[in-house]
Design a protein around this ligand. Structure first.
Ligand SMILES: [Zn+2]
Length: 442
Protein backbone atom coordinates (compact mmCIF):
# COMPACT_ATOMS: atom_id res chain seq x y z
CA UNK A 1 0.00 0.00 0.00
CA UNK A 2 2.96 2.37 0.04
CA UNK A 3 5.11 3.86 -2.69
CA UNK A 4 8.39 2.64 -1.22
CA UNK A 5 8.85 -0.12 -3.76
CA UNK A 6 8.24 2.06 -6.81
CA UNK A 7 10.53 1.26 -9.75
CA UNK A 8 13.29 3.69 -10.62
CA UNK A 9 11.64 4.95 -13.80
CA UNK A 10 8.59 6.06 -11.82
CA UNK A 11 10.81 7.84 -9.31
CA UNK A 12 12.21 9.86 -12.19
CA UNK A 13 8.89 10.52 -13.94
CA UNK A 14 7.43 14.01 -13.92
CA UNK A 15 4.54 14.31 -11.52
CA UNK A 16 2.65 17.40 -12.76
CA UNK A 17 0.39 16.33 -15.59
CA UNK A 18 -1.27 19.74 -15.67
CA UNK A 19 0.50 21.67 -18.42
CA UNK A 20 1.15 25.30 -17.64
CA UNK A 21 1.11 27.88 -20.41
CA UNK A 22 4.88 28.40 -20.18
CA UNK A 23 6.65 25.69 -22.14
CA UNK A 24 10.33 26.63 -21.92
CA UNK A 25 12.59 25.58 -19.04
CA UNK A 26 12.38 26.73 -15.45
CA UNK A 27 15.80 28.32 -15.82
CA UNK A 28 14.55 30.44 -18.72
CA UNK A 29 11.41 31.33 -16.75
CA UNK A 30 13.53 32.46 -13.83
CA UNK A 31 15.71 34.63 -16.06
CA UNK A 32 12.59 36.43 -17.26
CA UNK A 33 11.16 36.79 -13.74
CA UNK A 34 14.48 38.12 -12.45
CA UNK A 35 14.27 40.93 -15.01
CA UNK A 36 11.04 42.32 -13.55
CA UNK A 37 11.37 45.88 -12.25
CA UNK A 38 8.49 45.83 -9.77
CA UNK A 39 6.74 43.27 -7.59
CA UNK A 40 3.52 43.92 -9.52
CA UNK A 41 5.31 43.07 -12.76
CA UNK A 42 6.68 39.91 -11.12
CA UNK A 43 3.18 38.81 -10.13
CA UNK A 44 1.76 39.57 -13.58
CA UNK A 45 4.63 37.79 -15.36
CA UNK A 46 4.41 34.68 -13.16
CA UNK A 47 0.67 34.61 -13.72
CA UNK A 48 1.06 34.83 -17.50
CA UNK A 49 3.46 31.89 -17.35
CA UNK A 50 0.93 29.86 -15.35
CA UNK A 51 -2.31 30.68 -17.20
CA UNK A 52 -1.33 32.35 -20.47
CA UNK A 53 -2.36 35.77 -21.78
CA UNK A 54 -5.99 34.73 -22.22
CA UNK A 55 -6.74 34.44 -18.48
CA UNK A 56 -9.37 36.91 -17.40
CA UNK A 57 -8.00 37.00 -13.82
CA UNK A 58 -11.33 36.06 -12.33
CA UNK A 59 -12.35 33.39 -9.85
CA UNK A 60 -11.66 30.80 -12.57
CA UNK A 61 -7.95 31.66 -12.59
CA UNK A 62 -6.08 28.66 -11.21
CA UNK A 63 -2.99 30.69 -10.28
CA UNK A 64 -4.79 32.35 -7.36
CA UNK A 65 -8.02 30.39 -7.11
CA UNK A 66 -9.19 26.79 -7.09
CA UNK A 67 -12.46 26.10 -8.87
CA UNK A 68 -12.75 22.57 -7.54
CA UNK A 69 -14.80 19.64 -8.76
CA UNK A 70 -15.12 16.47 -6.71
CA UNK A 71 -12.80 13.83 -8.25
CA UNK A 72 -14.16 10.64 -9.76
CA UNK A 73 -13.78 7.45 -7.72
CA UNK A 74 -10.60 5.47 -8.34
CA UNK A 75 -8.76 2.51 -6.88
CA UNK A 76 -7.83 3.51 -3.30
CA UNK A 77 -4.10 3.24 -2.57
CA UNK A 78 -4.47 3.56 1.21
CA UNK A 79 -7.04 2.89 3.89
CA UNK A 80 -9.47 5.60 4.83
CA UNK A 81 -8.31 7.85 7.68
CA UNK A 82 -9.60 6.68 11.04
CA UNK A 83 -9.99 10.32 11.92
CA UNK A 84 -12.77 11.04 9.43
CA UNK A 85 -16.12 12.74 9.05
CA UNK A 86 -17.79 9.92 11.04
CA UNK A 87 -15.43 10.18 14.03
CA UNK A 88 -14.48 13.86 14.11
CA UNK A 89 -17.25 14.85 16.50
CA UNK A 90 -15.63 12.75 19.24
CA UNK A 91 -12.71 15.19 19.47
CA UNK A 92 -12.34 18.83 20.28
CA UNK A 93 -10.42 19.91 17.20
CA UNK A 94 -11.38 23.32 15.84
CA UNK A 95 -14.16 23.87 18.33
CA UNK A 96 -15.35 20.28 18.48
CA UNK A 97 -18.46 20.61 16.35
CA UNK A 98 -17.33 17.84 14.01
CA UNK A 99 -18.41 17.49 10.41
CA UNK A 100 -20.97 19.55 8.51
CA UNK A 101 -22.42 17.95 5.37
CA UNK A 102 -22.31 19.98 2.18
CA UNK A 103 -19.75 22.61 3.14
CA UNK A 104 -19.31 24.89 0.14
CA UNK A 105 -16.14 24.68 -1.93
CA UNK A 106 -16.45 27.76 -4.08
CA UNK A 107 -14.93 31.20 -4.11
CA UNK A 108 -16.86 34.26 -3.01
CA UNK A 109 -14.06 36.82 -3.16
CA UNK A 110 -11.82 37.57 -6.12
CA UNK A 111 -8.29 37.76 -4.72
CA UNK A 112 -6.86 39.51 -7.77
CA UNK A 113 -7.80 43.12 -6.89
CA UNK A 114 -6.76 42.61 -3.25
CA UNK A 115 -3.36 41.27 -4.20
CA UNK A 116 -2.71 43.87 -6.89
CA UNK A 117 -3.63 46.63 -4.45
CA UNK A 118 -1.16 45.28 -1.87
CA UNK A 119 1.57 44.96 -4.51
CA UNK A 120 0.92 48.54 -5.62
CA UNK A 121 1.56 49.68 -2.08
CA UNK A 122 4.66 47.52 -1.82
CA UNK A 123 6.08 49.01 -5.00
CA UNK A 124 5.25 52.54 -3.82
CA UNK A 125 7.61 52.17 -0.85
CA UNK A 126 5.74 50.17 1.75
CA UNK A 127 7.81 47.12 0.85
CA UNK A 128 11.21 48.75 1.26
CA UNK A 129 10.18 49.96 4.71
CA UNK A 130 9.90 46.39 6.01
CA UNK A 131 12.41 44.47 3.90
CA UNK A 132 14.35 41.97 6.04
CA UNK A 133 12.35 42.60 9.19
CA UNK A 134 11.69 39.82 11.68
CA UNK A 135 8.30 38.11 11.43
CA UNK A 136 9.19 35.03 13.45
CA UNK A 137 9.16 37.31 16.51
CA UNK A 138 10.68 34.73 18.79
CA UNK A 139 13.44 36.94 20.10
CA UNK A 140 16.09 36.04 17.54
CA UNK A 141 19.12 38.33 17.69
CA UNK A 142 20.03 38.06 14.03
CA UNK A 143 18.73 37.18 10.60
CA UNK A 144 21.11 34.22 10.70
CA UNK A 145 19.22 32.81 13.68
CA UNK A 146 15.85 33.28 12.00
CA UNK A 147 17.17 31.50 8.92
CA UNK A 148 18.81 28.65 10.84
CA UNK A 149 15.62 27.92 12.78
CA UNK A 150 13.62 28.02 9.53
CA UNK A 151 15.96 25.33 8.18
CA UNK A 152 15.57 23.26 11.34
CA UNK A 153 11.81 23.42 10.75
CA UNK A 154 12.36 22.40 7.14
CA UNK A 155 14.22 19.23 8.15
CA UNK A 156 11.47 18.33 10.58
CA UNK A 157 8.65 18.90 8.11
CA UNK A 158 10.48 16.96 5.43
CA UNK A 159 11.09 14.02 7.78
CA UNK A 160 7.41 13.89 8.77
CA UNK A 161 6.39 13.98 5.11
CA UNK A 162 9.04 11.59 3.79
CA UNK A 163 10.58 9.53 6.58
CA UNK A 164 14.16 8.38 6.13
CA UNK A 165 14.26 9.67 2.56
CA UNK A 166 13.90 13.27 3.71
CA UNK A 167 17.48 14.25 2.86
CA UNK A 168 18.04 12.04 -0.18
CA UNK A 169 18.30 15.10 -2.41
CA UNK A 170 19.54 18.17 -0.48
CA UNK A 171 18.27 20.53 -3.21
CA UNK A 172 14.71 19.48 -2.32
CA UNK A 173 15.36 20.61 1.25
CA UNK A 174 16.81 23.88 0.00
CA UNK A 175 13.61 24.47 -1.99
CA UNK A 176 11.37 23.83 1.06
CA UNK A 177 13.68 26.02 3.17
CA UNK A 178 13.23 28.97 0.80
CA UNK A 179 9.47 28.49 1.23
CA UNK A 180 9.89 28.58 4.99
CA UNK A 181 12.22 31.53 5.34
CA UNK A 182 9.95 33.93 3.43
CA UNK A 183 7.37 33.36 6.16
CA UNK A 184 9.73 34.25 8.99
CA UNK A 185 11.86 36.94 7.37
CA UNK A 186 10.47 39.64 5.08
CA UNK A 187 12.37 38.71 1.91
CA UNK A 188 11.47 40.98 -1.03
CA UNK A 189 10.21 38.79 -3.89
CA UNK A 190 12.46 40.60 -6.37
CA UNK A 191 15.51 39.78 -4.22
CA UNK A 192 14.39 36.16 -4.12
CA UNK A 193 14.11 35.73 -7.88
CA UNK A 194 17.21 37.79 -8.70
CA UNK A 195 19.43 35.82 -6.33
CA UNK A 196 20.21 38.88 -4.21
CA UNK A 197 18.82 36.78 -1.35
CA UNK A 198 20.58 33.50 -0.66
CA UNK A 199 19.97 30.96 2.07
CA UNK A 200 23.20 29.25 3.13
CA UNK A 201 24.55 30.41 -0.21
CA UNK A 202 21.72 28.80 -2.18
CA UNK A 203 19.73 31.10 -4.45
CA UNK A 204 16.46 30.27 -6.17
CA UNK A 205 18.52 30.01 -9.36
CA UNK A 206 20.92 27.43 -7.95
CA UNK A 207 18.08 25.43 -6.42
CA UNK A 208 16.04 25.43 -9.63
CA UNK A 209 19.13 24.42 -11.61
CA UNK A 210 19.62 21.52 -9.18
CA UNK A 211 15.99 20.42 -9.58
CA UNK A 212 16.40 20.49 -13.36
CA UNK A 213 19.56 18.44 -12.91
CA UNK A 214 17.39 15.86 -11.15
CA UNK A 215 15.17 15.63 -14.24
CA UNK A 216 12.36 17.82 -13.00
CA UNK A 217 11.75 19.49 -16.41
CA UNK A 218 8.19 20.93 -16.34
CA UNK A 219 7.80 20.08 -12.63
CA UNK A 220 10.49 22.69 -11.96
CA UNK A 221 8.34 25.36 -13.64
CA UNK A 222 5.44 24.43 -11.33
CA UNK A 223 7.77 24.57 -8.32
CA UNK A 224 9.29 27.91 -9.34
CA UNK A 225 5.98 29.66 -10.03
CA UNK A 226 4.45 28.28 -6.84
CA UNK A 227 7.38 29.64 -4.81
CA UNK A 228 7.10 33.04 -6.51
CA UNK A 229 3.38 33.07 -5.77
CA UNK A 230 4.04 32.31 -2.11
CA UNK A 231 6.66 35.05 -1.82
CA UNK A 232 4.22 37.58 -3.29
CA UNK A 233 1.46 36.47 -0.87
CA UNK A 234 3.85 36.71 2.06
CA UNK A 235 4.99 40.15 0.98
CA UNK A 236 1.40 41.30 0.48
CA UNK A 237 0.26 40.30 3.92
CA UNK A 238 3.33 41.72 5.63
CA UNK A 239 2.89 45.06 3.84
CA UNK A 240 -0.80 44.95 4.66
CA UNK A 241 -0.18 44.05 8.27
CA UNK A 242 2.49 46.69 8.83
CA UNK A 243 0.07 49.33 7.52
CA UNK A 244 -3.30 48.17 8.69
CA UNK A 245 -2.73 45.50 11.29
CA UNK A 246 -4.06 42.96 8.85
CA UNK A 247 -7.35 44.77 8.66
CA UNK A 248 -7.22 45.03 4.90
CA UNK A 249 -6.32 41.91 3.02
CA UNK A 250 -7.36 39.23 5.49
CA UNK A 251 -10.46 40.98 6.71
CA UNK A 252 -11.73 41.30 3.15
CA UNK A 253 -10.70 37.76 2.32
CA UNK A 254 -12.59 36.38 5.30
CA UNK A 255 -15.68 38.55 4.84
CA UNK A 256 -17.68 35.81 3.16
CA UNK A 257 -20.17 33.21 4.28
CA UNK A 258 -17.87 30.29 3.39
CA UNK A 259 -14.24 29.47 4.07
CA UNK A 260 -13.06 28.43 0.61
CA UNK A 261 -11.33 31.76 -0.13
CA UNK A 262 -9.43 31.49 3.16
CA UNK A 263 -8.55 27.79 2.58
CA UNK A 264 -7.02 28.44 -0.83
CA UNK A 265 -5.21 31.56 0.37
CA UNK A 266 -3.82 29.69 3.36
CA UNK A 267 -2.35 27.03 1.12
CA UNK A 268 -0.75 29.35 -1.41
CA UNK A 269 0.69 31.62 1.28
CA UNK A 270 2.65 28.60 2.55
CA UNK A 271 3.57 27.02 -0.82
CA UNK A 272 1.94 23.71 0.02
CA UNK A 273 1.55 23.14 -3.73
CA UNK A 274 5.29 23.36 -4.41
CA UNK A 275 6.14 21.26 -1.35
CA UNK A 276 3.58 18.70 -2.55
CA UNK A 277 5.50 18.40 -5.82
CA UNK A 278 8.62 17.65 -3.74
CA UNK A 279 6.73 15.00 -1.78
CA UNK A 280 5.43 13.38 -4.96
CA UNK A 281 8.91 13.37 -6.53
CA UNK A 282 10.57 11.77 -3.50
CA UNK A 283 7.78 9.20 -3.18
CA UNK A 284 8.04 8.35 -6.87
CA UNK A 285 4.32 8.67 -7.40
CA UNK A 286 4.57 9.14 -11.14
CA UNK A 287 2.01 11.50 -12.73
CA UNK A 288 -0.56 13.03 -10.38
CA UNK A 289 -3.51 15.28 -11.10
CA UNK A 290 -3.63 18.98 -10.36
CA UNK A 291 -6.54 18.21 -8.04
CA UNK A 292 -4.50 15.74 -5.97
CA UNK A 293 -1.72 18.28 -5.50
CA UNK A 294 -4.19 20.99 -4.56
CA UNK A 295 -6.32 18.79 -2.29
CA UNK A 296 -3.36 17.28 -0.44
CA UNK A 297 -1.65 20.66 -0.07
CA UNK A 298 -4.78 22.25 1.29
CA UNK A 299 -5.38 19.30 3.62
CA UNK A 300 -1.80 19.62 4.90
CA UNK A 301 -2.42 23.27 5.75
CA UNK A 302 -5.78 22.63 7.41
CA UNK A 303 -4.59 19.56 9.32
CA UNK A 304 -1.86 21.80 10.75
CA UNK A 305 -4.49 24.24 12.00
CA UNK A 306 -6.63 21.41 13.40
CA UNK A 307 -3.68 20.15 15.45
CA UNK A 308 -2.82 23.70 16.48
CA UNK A 309 -6.36 24.14 17.73
CA UNK A 310 -5.98 20.99 19.84
CA UNK A 311 -2.70 22.24 21.33
CA UNK A 312 -4.11 25.70 21.99
CA UNK A 313 -1.68 27.30 19.55
CA UNK A 314 -4.13 28.15 16.76
CA UNK A 315 -5.72 30.94 18.76
CA UNK A 316 -2.33 32.67 18.79
CA UNK A 317 -2.29 32.92 14.99
CA UNK A 318 -2.46 36.44 13.69
CA UNK A 319 -4.47 35.54 10.61
CA UNK A 320 -6.86 32.72 11.29
CA UNK A 321 -8.75 31.46 8.26
CA UNK A 322 -11.76 31.09 10.53
CA UNK A 323 -11.70 34.69 11.77
CA UNK A 324 -14.19 37.14 10.38
CA UNK A 325 -17.48 38.84 11.00
CA UNK A 326 -19.52 35.64 10.75
CA UNK A 327 -20.01 33.40 13.78
CA UNK A 328 -16.64 31.78 14.54
CA UNK A 329 -18.13 28.40 15.40
CA UNK A 330 -19.70 27.98 11.97
CA UNK A 331 -16.51 29.02 10.20
CA UNK A 332 -14.46 26.64 12.34
CA UNK A 333 -16.78 23.76 11.58
CA UNK A 334 -16.72 24.60 7.87
CA UNK A 335 -12.91 24.78 7.84
CA UNK A 336 -12.68 21.44 9.64
CA UNK A 337 -15.23 19.93 7.24
CA UNK A 338 -13.29 20.99 4.16
CA UNK A 339 -10.37 18.95 5.51
CA UNK A 340 -12.59 15.92 6.17
CA UNK A 341 -14.05 16.11 2.64
CA UNK A 342 -10.65 16.54 0.98
CA UNK A 343 -8.96 13.69 2.80
CA UNK A 344 -11.83 11.29 2.03
CA UNK A 345 -11.81 12.38 -1.63
CA UNK A 346 -8.05 11.84 -1.88
CA UNK A 347 -8.40 8.26 -0.67
CA UNK A 348 -11.55 7.50 -2.65
CA UNK A 349 -10.15 8.86 -5.92
CA UNK A 350 -6.98 6.76 -5.66
CA UNK A 351 -4.40 9.41 -4.80
CA UNK A 352 -0.95 7.95 -4.06
CA UNK A 353 -0.06 7.16 -0.47
CA UNK A 354 2.62 9.87 -0.31
CA UNK A 355 0.14 12.64 -1.06
CA UNK A 356 -2.57 11.26 1.24
CA UNK A 357 0.00 11.13 4.04
CA UNK A 358 1.08 14.69 3.20
CA UNK A 359 -2.54 15.79 3.58
CA UNK A 360 -2.80 14.24 7.04
CA UNK A 361 0.67 15.27 8.20
CA UNK A 362 -0.29 18.39 10.15
CA UNK A 363 -1.90 16.15 12.75
CA UNK A 364 1.60 14.73 13.37
CA UNK A 365 4.10 17.50 12.86
CA UNK A 366 2.49 20.17 14.97
CA UNK A 367 3.00 18.18 18.15
CA UNK A 368 6.48 17.02 17.11
CA UNK A 369 8.09 20.29 16.03
CA UNK A 370 9.63 22.94 18.24
CA UNK A 371 8.30 25.61 15.87
CA UNK A 372 4.78 25.33 17.26
CA UNK A 373 5.75 24.90 20.89
CA UNK A 374 7.94 27.99 20.60
CA UNK A 375 4.89 30.01 19.72
CA UNK A 376 3.15 28.85 22.88
CA UNK A 377 6.30 29.33 24.99
CA UNK A 378 7.02 32.68 23.32
CA UNK A 379 10.72 31.93 23.01
CA UNK A 380 13.09 29.68 21.09
CA UNK A 381 14.00 26.17 22.08
CA UNK A 382 17.78 26.05 21.43
CA UNK A 383 19.09 23.84 18.64
CA UNK A 384 20.21 20.47 19.93
CA UNK A 385 23.80 19.59 18.90
CA UNK A 386 22.76 16.76 16.53
CA UNK A 387 20.35 19.12 14.77
CA UNK A 388 23.04 21.81 14.48
CA UNK A 389 25.35 19.21 12.94
CA UNK A 390 22.66 18.12 10.45
CA UNK A 391 22.10 21.74 9.46
CA UNK A 392 25.82 22.23 8.78
CA UNK A 393 25.93 19.03 6.78
CA UNK A 394 22.84 19.66 4.66
CA UNK A 395 22.85 23.45 4.38
CA UNK A 396 26.26 24.91 5.29
CA UNK A 397 27.84 27.35 7.71
CA UNK A 398 26.52 30.84 6.96
CA UNK A 399 22.72 31.15 6.89
CA UNK A 400 22.54 34.62 5.30
CA UNK A 401 24.85 37.14 3.67
CA UNK A 402 26.24 40.01 5.71
CA UNK A 403 24.08 42.55 3.86
CA UNK A 404 20.88 40.77 4.97
CA UNK A 405 22.17 40.59 8.53
CA UNK A 406 22.89 44.32 8.47
CA UNK A 407 19.42 45.20 7.16
CA UNK A 408 17.82 43.03 9.84
CA UNK A 409 19.89 44.62 12.58
CA UNK A 410 19.21 48.15 11.35
CA UNK A 411 15.47 47.53 11.61
CA UNK A 412 15.80 45.92 15.00
CA UNK A 413 17.95 48.69 16.44
CA UNK A 414 16.35 51.55 14.53
CA UNK A 415 13.48 53.85 15.35
CA UNK A 416 10.96 51.15 14.77
CA UNK A 417 13.06 48.54 16.51
CA UNK A 418 11.16 46.11 18.58
CA UNK A 419 7.87 47.34 17.24
CA UNK A 420 5.64 44.32 16.91
CA UNK A 421 4.82 43.78 13.28
CA UNK A 422 2.38 40.99 13.68
CA UNK A 423 2.42 37.78 11.81
CA UNK A 424 1.71 36.22 8.52
CA UNK A 425 -0.09 33.02 7.91
CA UNK A 426 1.78 30.14 6.44
CA UNK A 427 3.23 26.92 7.65
CA UNK A 428 4.26 28.75 10.77
CA UNK A 429 2.54 30.45 13.57
CA UNK A 430 4.48 33.65 13.38
CA UNK A 431 4.13 36.63 15.57
CA UNK A 432 0.98 35.84 17.39
CA UNK A 433 2.52 37.04 20.62
CA UNK A 434 1.52 40.52 19.62
CA UNK A 435 -2.10 39.62 19.53
CA UNK A 436 -2.05 37.88 22.82
CA UNK A 437 -0.58 40.99 24.37
CA UNK A 438 -3.05 43.21 22.57
CA UNK A 439 -5.66 41.12 22.99
CA UNK A 440 -8.64 39.84 23.75
CA UNK A 441 -7.31 37.18 26.02
CA UNK A 442 -9.50 34.82 24.15
ZN1 LIG B 1 -5.00 33.07 -14.37
Amino acid sequence: MTQLSQPAQLREAEVCIAQLHYRASAGEALAELAGCATTTELLVTAHRMWCGPGCRSTEDCTFLHYPRTVPLPGLPQVHRSRYNKDTAELYGLMGGAGYAVGTAQRHETDLWPLLLEAMGRADAGAGAAIDYTDWARKGDRSAAEVAAYACRDTLQWAAVWLGEEYARVPAYLHYVALSTVVDDLCVPPLDLVSGRFRLYGHSVGSVIAALEGEGWRHDAVHALLSLVRESVYQYAEKVDHAAAGGAGLHARLNDSAGVWDACVYRMHSANNYGCGVVVARVCGTGPVTFGWLMDSGMADAISMDLAKSALDVYRLDAHQPTAGPRPAGLRQQAYHSVYLDLIDDLVRSGAPEGLVHYGRAGLLYVQMMERYHERRLDHRVPLRPPMAARLRELFGEEPVEASVGNRFRAHRDGAGGGRPLGGPTGLGTSAARVFVAAGAGS
